[in-house]
Design a binder for this molecule. Structure first.
Ligand SMILES: [Zn+2]
Length: 388
């Protein structure tokens, strides 16, 4: 058998570089000797790979660690500001964007109201948001490494928005429109998937294997993390649990079904039921509940029950470690939490609840935007680890 030594050696070097970088990302600060111990690679190999990473400005040497007898070792850290990422959460009535470093820390954020759903105007506003961050981005070796965007709809793997019912969009080539303006990788995904990633990497889901993120806003979407990986299904369309049927003869939904979960448990459902009480937005309702308005408190409690009903189904299907309630309704935690918990307990199977925790988003309204930035960061790492 003939082997191609150069190809194989190059591949081995790429794999080993990825292993070294991963060790530094996870456990820094580390000395070269500690990297060698952790990875099982010999010290000469580690030294050579570390030098490449330093030359590529992805790793920095800092101070000196404690000596175990001989010369004090130099410690290595990941150079988080070797480049920057932009994350965007395109809401139905707002655009939120953040500039992060390569560890996902937020340097700057910006939010503007979205008063139109007209595609061209929305794209202009997205561009304005991106530019506002790019203009203040510090100089760095890699500059802007990518843009990630969470959108309230179903997205195919080419970044085309197939269907965004609450924006009234079908077949919108958002990725293509932005790629014409920006020469960096652009990743577009559903906002609930982005929110699930945000909580998994930086929020309440850190270190948790099986996490279902329930984004409760104008509609309801879910992002499913199994074994710490986002589960996207055969075509990338998983997670449309807002359209779980919970009322067999229920109200008609825009999706064509009747009795969908989001018709009873979303912010829209809340506002619909709040209208006869004279309220038209979430902030006013939260204030009224705070001020002791019993009718409003009972309304939140009903929404909690409706949320719990759908979550009980999710718990029985997935047996997750955690369910995280995110997006705007997470602000009503205090008012929806008790009835939600009680309903899940009453309606789900006891075996499935043994390890179950129901949590609220730790990143509050930044779950999706931080997750969107993470898409850009992870793409950069995939490319870098394969290419150093
Ligand atoms: Zn539906």
């Amino acid at each position: 058998m003939k082997i191609k030594p150069t190809g194989d050696l190059a591949m081995i070097k790429k794999i080993n570089t990825a292993i070294v970088l991963e060790a530094i990302l996870k456990h820094a600060p580390l000395s070269r000797a500690q990297i060698s111990e952790r990875t099982g690679l010999n010290k000469a190999t580690v030294s050579s790979l570390v030098q490449d990473l330093i030359d590529n400005q992805l790793v920095l040497e800092i101070g000196q660690g404690a000596s175990s007898g001989g010369r004090k070792p130099v410690l290595l850290i990941f150079h988080a500001r070797a480049g920057y990422a932009i994350g965007i959460d395109l809401g139905v009535n707002y655009i939120r964007c953040v500039l992060t470093d390569l560890e996902g820390a937020v340097l700057m954020d910006n939010e503007l109201p979205l008063k139109t759903n007209q595609q061209q105007k929305v794209i202009e506003q997205l561009a304005a948001c991106i530019d506002s961050l790019r203009n203040v981005m510090p100089d760095s070796p890699y500059g802007l490494v990518g843009i990630g965007i969470g959108v309230p709809g179903i997205v195919d793997d080419q970044g085309m928005i197939l269907f965004a019912p609450n924006l009234d969009w079908k077949q919108v080539k958002l990725q293509q429109a932005l790629a014409e303006r920006y020469d960096v990788p652009i990743t577009i995904d559903n906002e609930a998937n982005a929110g699930a990633q945000g909580e998994q990497k930086y929020g309440a889901g850190r270190g948790i294997a099986h996490q279902i993120y329930v984004s409760v806003g104008i509609g309801i979407g879910t992002g499913i993390i199994l074994n710490k990986e986002l589960y996207k299904g055969a075509s990338g369309y998983s997670g449309e649990l807002g359209h779980l049927s919970i009322e067999m003869n229920g109200k008609p939904c825009r999706c064509g079904n009747d009795g969908c979960w989001e018709l009873y448990a979303s912010e829209n459902a809340l506002l619909e039921q709040a209208a006869p009480l004279g309220y038209s937005d979430l902030d006013a309702l939260l204030q009224a509940a705070e001020d002791g308005d019993r009718r409003v408190q009972q309304l939140f409690s009903r929404i909690g029950t409706a949320l719990g009903t759908g979550i009980a189904n999710i718990v029985n299907v997935f047996n997750p470690d955690v369910v995280i309630i995110g997006n705007r309704m997470s602000r009503a935690r205090q008012w929806i939490g008790p009835s939600l918990q009680e309903t899940v307990t009453r309606r789900s199977l006891s075996y499935h609840r043994e390890k179950l925790q129901i949590l609220f988003a730790e990143l509050n309204d930044q779950s999706a935007v931080r997750g969107a930035a993470y898409y850009a960061i992870s793409r950069f790492f995939i490319k870098t680890k394969g290419g150093v």
